[in-house]
Design a protein around this ligand. Structure first.
Ligand SMILES: NC(=O)C1=CN([C@@H]2O[C@H](COP(=O)(O)OP(=O)(O)OC[C@H]3O[C@@H](n4cnc5c(N)ncnc54)[C@H](O)[C@@H]3O)[C@@H](O)[C@H]2O)C=CC1
Ligand SMILES: N[C@@H](CC=O)C(=O)O
Ligand code: NA
Length: 440
């Protein structure tokens, strides 16, 4: 393959995809041209924009000559120095990124789905070509979180990363909580605002947050975690009743990504990575993260607790992170250097979800008669799950017990729920949700 030599006076950028994010990258490349030249030390110009349809309506004006439907040819062009991939999804994005790297172009991408599925292939290709692969926009949109993990905290030992990393689901849960909005109505609003993925199932079912959790855990713990390693639950099952129940307890429901450094039963350090809805106290800092904002807590041995907060989705905020990476890889290109590559030297195992320890909120429809509470409490005790509080709501045919447990493993809780579901006095277990951010 020919490695591009590019121009010595101008850096040429190919943008692949001109949707919500791509159109904003193209706009910023034009509007910030003067400042970019000063910051990079060389003019940065658009070489071309790969689109699916030339005649599609888009949010940015582009001269026809720059548009092409042949992304493969664009990334291979000799006059292209840097490539921005904002098509999304696995293919053709993976082939295009690999081709760009093989042709000697550094790549900036926002594609968490691809990084979480096949990151190592991309990192190896970047290593082999001696080029950069940067992806700050892939996690928590505009918030600088990957660079702090990769660089600022490289001398510390990160033990936990906890956050809200999906704007769409946070927007939906926030609207359900504060405005009593319906799920579908809130999702449509998030789509109109450009927060949702092309297929919003990726957001709603937690795939997007799981991909981001995999990327965060890999960087934080210097290991390889893929999307398949992440325990994932979305928000499609979160009901208005769950949100009301959380409110009763002084909590709010959030979709959380939790990455932890733990010790397995042999004493080896391992990682646990999960994404699921959880109740957190309204006094917890994450409870005040509204709309499509994201926030990530990082805990490390020396630094203690750090919190990163900001817009986690949307065209312009995401383009801001893409542009930051673009300036970095452009500077590296000009100075003939390379940024930090993948750091996966610890090669830690990923613990099964059953070993995760947390607290649980369980709502149970029961027959309202003497002895029911004791029988239910016995089922929890039998599986080693200690109860912190129980409250009864309703009477007679409408009776419900709401149990909040002390810390137990997921396996213990699952066994308890199965036991409850098999009991005569239990009509249904209507809600099981983890409770996070509460002291023992
Ligand atoms: N929208 C957001 O808030 C954020 C998006 N991202 C990521 O950024 C990437 C882009 O997302 P969006 O701009 O929101 O998606 P989008 O769906 O608005 O844009 C993707 C564009 O790529 C085009 N495309 C598809 N196949 C193509 C091909 N073969 N050649 C050329 N163009 C092609 C589509 O026509 C579309 O215009 C994704 O990886 C997404 O996960 C990351 C952070 C936030
Ligand atoms: N669909 C994503 C976009 C950013 O990654 C989200 O809603 O957070
Ligand atoms: Na980011």
């Amino acid at each position: 393959m020919g490695v591009s030599t590019g121009s010595t006076t101008v850096l040429k950028v190919a943008v692949l995809g001109c949707g919500v994010v791509g159109s904003q990258v193209v706009r910023l490349l034009d509007e910030q041209a003067g400042d970019l030249a000063a910051r990079v030390g060389r003019r940065v110009e658009l070489a071309g924009v790969a689109v699916r349809r030339i005649d599609a309506a888009r949010d940015v004006d582009l001269p026809d000559g720059l548009l092409t439907t042949d992304a493969a040819a664009l990334v291979a062009r000799d006059d292209v120095d840097l490539v921005v991939e904002v098509i999304g999804g696995i293919e053709p994005a993976r082939t295009l990124i690999l081709s760009a790297l093989e042709h000697g172009k550094s790549v900036v991408t926002a594609n968490k789905a691809l990084l979480a599925e096949d990151g190592p292939t991309l990192f190896e290709a970047a290593e082999k070509s001696g080029r950069d692969l940067y992806y700050e926009a892939s996690v928590a949109g505009a918030i600088p979180i990957l660079r702090p993990l990769r660089e600022s905290l490289a001398g510390d030992r990160v033990t936990r990363v906890l956050g809200i990393v999906n704007g769409t689901t946070n927007f939906i849960l926030d609207k359900m909580d504060t405005q009593g909005s319906g799920f579908t109505e809130a999702l449509e609003e998030a789509q109109d605002l450009g927060y949702a993925e092309a297929d919003p199932t990726a957001d709603v079912e937690g795939f997007d947050a799981a991909a981001k959790a995999a990327i965060l855990a890999s960087l934080a713990f210097h290991t390889r975690v893929t999307a398949a390693d992440v325990h994932r639950e979305g928000i499609s099952e979160v009901s208005a009743a769950d949100i009301a129940s959380a409110r009763e307890m002084g909590c709010v429901v959030k979709l959380l990504a939790i990455c932890e450094l733990r010790t397995d039963e042999t004493g080896e350090e391992a990682v646990a990575v999960r994404v699921h809805p959880a109740m957190i106290p309204r006094t917890h800092p994450l409870a005040s993260v509204r709309e499509a904002y994201n926030a990530v807590f990082v805990e490390s041995d020396a630094a203690g607790q750090l919190m990163f907060y900001g817009p986690g989705a949307g065209g312009a905020p995401t383009a801001s992170a893409v542009m930051g990476d673009l300036v970095t890889v452009a500077r590296n290109h000009v100075s003939g250097t390379r940024g930090v590559g993948e750091s996966a030297y610890t090669d830690r195992a990923v613990l099964p979800m059953g070993e995760t320890r947390t607290r649980y909120h369980v709502a149970i429809d029961v027959d309202d008669r003497a002895g029911v509470l004791a029988t239910v409490a016995f089922a929890f005790a039998e599986h080693g799950v200690s109860i912190q509080t129980v409250r009864q709501e309703g009477r007679d045919d409408d009776a419900q017990l709401v149990v909040v447990s002390h810390t137990a493993t997921d396996a213990q809780l699952a066994a308890t729920v199965e036991h409850l579901r098999g009991m005569d006095i239990v009509r249904d277990v209507t809600s099981v949700m983890r409770v996070e951010g509460v002291d023992e």
